[in-house]
Design a protein around this ligand. Sequence first.
Ligand SMILES: [Zn+2]
Length: 286
Amino acid sequence: MSRFHSYRQLTNFLDHLRNLGARISSIGKSRLGREIHLVTIGKGHKRALIVCRQHGNEPTSTEAMMEYAEELFRREDLMEKTIVSIIPMANPDGAEFYRKVCEKGRASIRSSYIARSVKPFRGDMNRDHKKKKFPEARAIAKAVEETKPNLILDLHNFFPNYEYTILRRPVHDFCPAISTNAKIKPETMRMNYKICRIASEAVERAGGNPAEINGLWPSFYGRLLMPSEKVLDTYYSMNYDIPSATFETVGGFNLCSRRMEKGKRLHKASTSAVIEQLAEDLVCCE
Ligand SMILES: [Zn+2]
């Protein structure tokens, strides 16, 4: 019994959300033909888009946002003020194989797991938001066009990093990250920081220990060194002027259930805090 939902179990859960009143639509199909869903809840004027599971082996975002979506139906006040759109599984092929990356090309269907894992058959959709070669990246772009969000949150888990490597344990359990790309407008950048601060404060209240913004990979993988125009939080902040941030929690990869639970809890705490502030026009005000 897996501790998290498979793609099929997710689609069953979406039926449940539909019965509660959620609007479920398709924004595209994965390379291997799995539907990529968009869940929309609420009827307010402030709009958020939450992207989960671009990386297939980072499952807590999907779990957290499924629970959150269900809970929103008990929050009529919030739903009067916001429209929350969630992509619960942006990379369903990767999720099914419990692998970070996306499938690339039809040939890979017939290939073995090992063959599919090698470079010619795989790719990172979160480095593809500029060129959009992957159907999964195009699906996110479609969701952005359709939902016209005031902000975008991109949810991940982090992996063995320098904290694991040197200290053998994660000191932090939450990492808010934003791009440092100089082309992002100052006001949008200011909002990106604000979103991260709201999230970090919520994580602290929930008993977590957040890293500094962009704090987990300062030496070799930090966004200071990677002001990439391809990753989601950069791309939409830069090209559409939409405030956005990436939230990473512990969990995923090694399937430690304690970390998985914590990651899920912190994803919920941080994301819901940002949505509350959005509803009250305290962030991303026009
Ligand atoms: Zn990731």
